[in-house]
Ligand binder design. Structure first.
Ligand SMILES: *Cc1c(COP(=O)(O)O)cnc(C)c1O
Length: 480
């Protein structure tokens, strides 16, 4: 056992005792969560396991400090240590991604996108409007000015990837605020290949002339050419915003370079820090110098007090990601996705786009006669944690779906390699082959109920346990 895991063991044991002295049920749930995470095959593409150093950094008195504002320019006294933390997190982020500017305050990916949207509006719409009106800033505006500025701000266009092609809610999906604050249109993927069709995106952009072109995805199993997206944005005068929430770890780990690295191509890049990047639950915005001043106004524009304890943990996670080991990890994440995809294809399963070249695969389960909902539930019974996901033009809609999204970042952190991911594919196919759809009360086919063959869950759990035991989560972390 290393010194660090020995220290973590005793630190967590003692912390749980402290928590139990106030609310034992929370201490118990916390222990149970570790046990559950240890005992299941976590294949949710947006999840990972942060290091004990990252996790512990979040549990400190930085949580108690208000620090609205920016480094050196706070609306509260006594922020010198928060300044240290925020400066370091931003510096690590700039170095890690080669970005001109990093804003590490957003509390989540959605917050980061809201900051980005309003920053782009401030830079592209409010700034020029103020100049035309010969006003220095908004404090000089009359009520009438405000009316006119609001009309202009609220009348802008956004083009993003549709949810069922793999985009995210915040990329203009109607029920999300992004689909309401902007006039939105969506681009999809080629109906034949399932791949992004850049000519079709360009044609749509020429016709629609968006202020913001959003690239990035949550469920698209392929790489994106961000140089091409930038060309499209430039041609129509749009700001290119890339949301790399899912694949930031592959960018940090230099698996995505050149045209596949969004940072040199986008005006604004947003991300979460807790997915493939393996940091604390949070968000971040990277920007060019040009957009930096407006992104810097995330507070008070969109955010209140930053989560200083999480900014500290971001600094620790980014320091980890700057070590050589993280590049090895990121490459293994991508290699393992290949192994998983090959494992499915060699067993006759269907994958959206026919495979993957990032960290996720999208398994179309209709061949098994199941909905995504049935597949997700049957897999969970067997200890395989996934999430159901629409496939392009999904006949079962966004609730039942026809797909299962699977990602490799979490199990790669545990040390799974090619053989394990091939076995994972085998176990998943076994479960799906042995799952029968149920019937509704009226006797028709159900989209939700199902039955899993006798003994299948136990067999799969036993095979998983063997792999999980070989690759323990937080090795050496024993809770007394
Ligand atoms: C996960 C995700 C988000 C949202 O992140 P939260 O931290 O859950 O708010 C935003 N955009 C994309 C592309 C994502 O995959």
């Amino acid at each position: 056992m290393t010194d660090v895991s020995r220290l973590a063991s005793s630190a967590y044991s003692q912390a749980l005792e402290v928590i139990a002295s106030v609310e034992p049920r929370i201490a118990e749930a916390t222990r149970a969560e570790l046990a559950d995470q240890r005992a299941s095959l976590k294949l949710i593409a947006s999840e990972n396991y942060a290091s004990p150093a990252v996790l512990m950094t979040m549990g400190t008195w930085f949580s108690d400090k208000y620090a609205e504002g920016t480094v050196g320019h706070r609306f509260y006294a006594g922020c010198q240590n928060v300044d240290t933390v925020e400066s370091l997190a931003a510096e690590h982020a700039r170095e890690l991604f080669g970005a001109e500017y990093a804003y590490v305050q957003p509390h989540s990916g959605i917050d980061a996108n809201l900051v980005a949207f309003w920053s782009i509006l401030a830079h592209r719409v409010e700034g020029p409007w103020l100049q035309r009106a010969e006003k220095k800033n908004v404090s000089e505006l009359t009520e009438e000015d405000w009316e006119s500025l609001r009309r202009e701000l609220g009348n802008q266009r956004l083009l993003g990837m549709s949810l069922d092609a793999g985009g995210h809610l915040t990329h203009g999906f109607r029920p999300n605020i992004s689909g309401k604050m902007f006039h939105q249109q969506q681009y999809g993927t080629d109906p034949e290949t399932g791949l992004l069709d850049y000519d079709a995106v360009a044609a749509k952009a020429r016709e629609f002339k968006p202020l913001v072109l959003v690239a990035g995805y949550s469920a698209y199993p392929r790489r994106v050419d961000f140089a091409k997206m930038r060309e499209i944005a430039d041609e129509v005068g749009a700001t290119l915003m890339v949301d790399m929430a899912h694949f930031a770890g592959l960018v940090a780990g230099k698996v995505f370079t050149g045209n596949e690295d969004p940072v040199p191509h986008a005006h604004v890049v947003t991300t979460t820090t807790h997915k493939s990047l393996r940091g604390p639950r949070g968000g971040m915005v990277l920007a060019t110098e040009e957009y930096a001043p407006s992104v810097d106004r995330g507070c008070p524009m969109v955010l209140g007090g930053p989560l200083s304890h999480v900014m500290a943990a971001k600094a620790v996670a980014f320091a980890e990601a700057r070590q050589d080991g993280f590049r090895t990890y990121a490459q293994q994440v991508a290699d393992n996705a290949q192994s998983l995809a090959q494992g499915f294809l060699s067993r006759g399963a269907d994958l959206v786009t026919g495979g993957t070249d990032n960290h996720l695969v999208l398994l179309d389960v209709s061949k098994f006669g199941l909905t995504g909902r049935q597949a997700e539930s049957a897999l969970l019974d067997a200890g395989v944690v996934t999430n159901r996901n629409s496939v392009p033009n999904d006949p079962n809609g966004a609730w039942y779906t026809s797909g299962i999204r699977l990602g490799t970042p979490a199990l790669t952190t545990r040390g799974f390699g090619h053989d394990e991911f091939d076995t994972v594919a085998d176990l998943i196919v076994t479960v799906l082959q042995n799952t029968e759809p149920g019937t509704t009360k009226a006797g028709g086919p159900s989209k939700a109920s199902y039955s899993l063959g006798d003994g299948v869950a136990d067999k799969v759990r036993a095979a998983s346990a063997e792999m999980l035991d070989k690759h323990p989560l937080y090795p050496g972390l024993d809770l007394a």
